[in-house]
Design a binder for this molecule. Structure first.
Ligand code: DC
Length: 206
């Protein structure tokens, strides 16, 4: 069974995808990490993330880069969002994601275009969303715990910018697949969101 989990930044899709992978015993790929590695690689070599050829060159990043803790930062998230607008970058990362989805037994993939582009044939498609303020609050709490000095307003601005770029780009924009189940996590806690996602997958495969 292939499970596609899409949604905007800080919607809870990563947490949900991980929980689904454990519950159904399927391997999980966080596809955002691939775009983050491309963004980070561009920065490391002093390239320009808005330049298509610099970004394409960075898709040849070494695999070890996927372990770099810097990939999780807001700064790298912004770079990832910028390199991800280039169709050539998306194409270069396609085979790796498609092969992961097609492995025997199935897989869980989370990202922005899994249900629409990478695995339109997925048995279960979830679109995880939440209001900007709920997402900003969660991100703020996480960053506060890590001691990152940032204000709620800065986080909200950044989320809006990323949403805008991810949703309005020409290549594989962030949109729910027509057959995706939409889960709004704004008023759900972690356990409730996971339970809703498991129920949606169970329903999709019956
Ligand atoms: O999910 P994330 O925040 O780690 O993703 C970082 C950026 O990567 C996101 O802003 C857009 C891009 N991305 C994408 O375009 N397609 C995907 N399948 C996953 C991520």
């Amino acid at each position: 069974m292939i499970i596609a989990v899409d949604g905007p930044t800080a919607s809870g899709k990563g947490t949900i995808a991980k929980a689904l992978s454990e519950h159904f015993g399927l391997p999980h790929l966080d596809t955002g990490l691939l775009y983050r590695a491309v963004g980070r690689q561009v920065a490391l070599v002093g390239g320009n993330p808005d330049d298509a050829s610099d970004a394409l060159r960075a898709t040849g990043f070494p695999d070890g880069l996927l372990e770099d803790p810097e990939l999780r930062t807001e700064e790298t998230g912004g770079l990832a969002s910028r390199v991800s607008v280039h169709p050539a970058v998306r194409q270069a990362l396609f085979d790796r994601q498609r092969a992961f989805a097609l492995q025997p037994g199935g897989a869980v993939l989370d990202g922005r275009d899994i249900g629409t582009v990478i695995a339109p044939d997925a048995e279960a498609k979830l679109y995880i969303t939440a209001s900007v303020s709920a997402r900003a609050q969660r991100r703020f709490r996480e960053m506060h715990e890590r001691g990152v000095p940032v204000t709620l307003l800065e986080i909200e601005d950044d989320l809006r910018r990323r949403d805008e770029r991810d949703s309005n780009r020409a290549a594989a924009p962030l949109v729910p697949a027509p057959d995706a189940m939409i889960i709004d996590t704004s008023s759900l806690n972690r356990e409730e969101a996971i339970a809703a996602a498991i129920a949606a997958v169970e329903e999709a495969r019956t």
